[in-house]
Design a protein around this ligand. Structure first.
Ligand SMILES: [Mn+2]
Length: 314
């Protein structure tokens, strides 16, 4: 499989590499790490990293301006992305040949060639495996910048080697990577910054949520607050559980302003909330649901209805 991918890479002069939306360090690490690897070993090839940039992960890598016309006759490789819906840049199908390299369960087997290894800690670890094969097969070398990116991807997906997904192979790969010249502390510091901004926003939620005497609670997170904490709307999904251990809480709403709507996340300990969500274009489970509103007035309406529900339950 790895040799087949290497042979495929050798056949194309233009290679475009995609990864998933809302990039994490492994998405960038595998995508741009592979790009640097190909560029170093095939200086005649043109390799592009497709997708949007990410402010918080700018210290890792940036993306290339990729246009429609570049896809004709190109090889497209997608890393770290289980299903096509999640590919950042929906032009991925416009190339001549599509390769999927991923470590998530193969729920959506897209591509002409698929290499999926769910035992790998990260897609970056797989890219190292591709390099190791290339080293033996074609004398590939590893540039320091590729090593830096692959190391960052592994660190990201293993929670700094803390998760059980970090295997003996993962540590062997890491020990190879750190022989290269790059700033490990900068990677750890950059990732710590990302975590810290989330924790700060979580603190804000704890300090500012409103709750009435019946345990109906809510917090509004408008754009200016999100920007103040440097957190993007799509990164807030983990916040909703943070109010779960508030004493006396009945049910709660987290409103997150997005460019074209206000997303509502509903959670409950006592009342059924998915019917309320359904009235606002959403749905879900009896105690966990989501919906959308289009103004803060409409948000207040949902709050009133939740308050009435908790009052009645009491
Ligand atoms: Mn990954």
């Amino acid at each position: 499989m790895k040799r087949q991918i290497i042979d495929t890479i050798e056949r194309y002069s233009t290679i475009i590499i995609h990864r998933h939306v809302r990039p994490d360090p492994d998405a960038f690490g595998s995508q741009v790490g592979l790009k640097k690897l190909i560029e170093a070993n095939y200086p005649g090839k043109t390799v592009h990293a497709a997708g949007s940039d990410d402010g918080q992960l700018a210290f890792l890598a940036s993306q290339d301006a990729v246009t429609d016309d570049m896809y004709s006759g190109a090889l497209v490789i997608v890393t770290d992305t289980a299903n096509t819906d999640r590919i950042d840049g929906q032009d991925y199908g416009k190339g001549d040949f599509l390769v999927k390299i991923d470590h998530h369960p193969n729920v959506d087997p897209y591509g002409d060639v698929l290499w999926v290894d769910t035992d790998a800690s990260s897609c970056s670890e797989m890219i190292f495996g591709l390099y190791a094969e290339g080293r033996e097969y074609k004398g590939w070398t590893m540039p320091d910048e590729a090593a830096r990116l692959l190391f960052a991807g592994i660190v990201g997906d293993t929670g700094r080697f803390m998760y059980p997904s970090a295997t003996g192979t993962t540590f062997e790969v890491a020990s190879e990577l750190i022989k290269h010249d790059f700033d490990r502390q900068q990677i750890f510091a950059g990732m710590y910054e990302v975590e810290r901004s989330m924790l700060n926003l979580q603190g804000y939620v704890y300090q500012n949520f409103q709750m009435d005497e019946n345990g109906a609670a809510y917090i509004k997170l408008p754009t200016d607050i999100l920007q103040q904490f440097g957190v993007r709307p799509e990164e807030t999904s983990s916040l909703v559980s943070s109010l779960g251990d508030v004493k006396g809480i009945c049910a709660w709403l987290i409103f997150v302003e997005e460019p074209d709507q206000i997303r509502v996340r509903l959670r409950s300990k006592k009342v059924v909330i998915n019917e309320l969500a359904a009235d606002y274009g959403g749905g879900g489970h009896p105690l966990a649901a989501g919906a959308s509103v289009h103004s803060w007035d409409e948000a207040d309406e949902v709050i009133s209805r939740l308050k009435a529900m908790c009052a009645q339950h009491k």
